[in-house]
Design a binder for this molecule. Structure first.
Ligand SMILES: [Zn+2]
Length: 273
């Protein structure tokens, strides 16, 4: 099942293996004693053929220091370029998909790996099952030299971010921006401008990033998803999301366009827009 010359990322119990220093990479030789449940090709990165394998059982390969293992957010915080981000986001979402879709949604037969596509196929009814992607909008709302940032119910204390939500069936992304902002904080927005996108592997979102202008209304957090929200200027920013997130890219773009220096500058990331 494993090929010589490929680089393998490994998932155990649904989690990619990595330390605070980054994701762990394996070869066919270093996985020789491991029982593999499935293997998927991710793609070529710097001419290396990357794949992800899902291990049977809950034991990591020999040599892995279990007490050093950490979560995907920590691993993502170590990366320095968009290719590395794509590698980890892809691997994580493929693992989630593999573990979440084992049976045909039409006829409940066990699904098999497709021979030449990143897909599974039902041997009984022929249904193709592709990795699930859930489109979302994420939006930074501007009002003069201030932007709207909100504290979500699942956020760490003091952390604020841009607003986000899933696009509903049949809805355009722009209409989702208007609806989500109205639902979450009670204000109307216009002049909705697309900026950039990011795959977000928690667990399978695809974020479309926008800027929008405030139109009318008073901020009224919904009290469920959003506990607090306010207008922030460059000189009174709260604790922001980490640099690798699309939310932070939107905030940084707002600060740059308003002529302010970026806060907490770190290594360049996502330089290719
Ligand atoms: Zn079927």
């Amino acid at each position: 099942m494993l090929d010589k010359g490929c680089i393998y990322l490994v998932a155990v119990n649904g989690y990619l293996l990595g330390y605070e220093t980054g994701v762990l990479e394996f070869t066919q030789e270093t996985l020789v004693d491991v029982e593999i449940e499935a293997s998927y090709r991710i793609g070529l990165i710097s001419n290396a053929d990357y794949r992800v394998v899902i291990v049977k059982g809950d034991e990591p390969p020999a040599g892995v220091e279990k007490d050093r293992l950490c979560g995907l957010r920590t691993i993502l915080s170590t990366i320095t370029n968009e290719q590395q981000y794509t590698l980890l986001a892809s691997a994580s979402q493929i693992v989630t998909w593999h573990l979440s879709f084992k049976f045909c949604p039409r006829c409940a037969t066990s699904l098999d790996a497709h021979s030449n596509e990143l897909a599974k196929i039902c041997g009984s009814c022929g249904h193709h099952q592709y990795p699930r992607i859930s489109p979302c909008i994420i939006v930074l709302v501007k009002k003069g030299d201030r932007c709207l940032l909100a504290h979500g119910s699942k956020f760490a204390p003091g952390r604020y971010s841009t607003l986000a939500g899933f696009i509903e069936a049949g809805e355009s992304a722009e209409n989702a921006v208007v609806r989500e902002v109205k639902e979450e904080v009670g204000i109307a927005v216009g002049n909705i401008q697309y900026c950039f996108s990011q795959s977000w592997p928690f667990p399978h979102s695809f974020m479309l990033g926008y800027m929008a202008d405030y139109v009318e209304g008073d901020i009224t957090p919904d009290g469920e998803e959003i506990l607090d929200a306010d207008w922030f200027s460059a000189d009174n920013l709260p604790t922001l999301p980490p640099k690798f997130t699309i939310a932070r890219r939107l905030i940084d773009r707002f600060l740059t366009e308003a002529g302010h220096d970026l806060v907490e500058q770190s290594s360049p990331f996502f330089t290719t827009e």
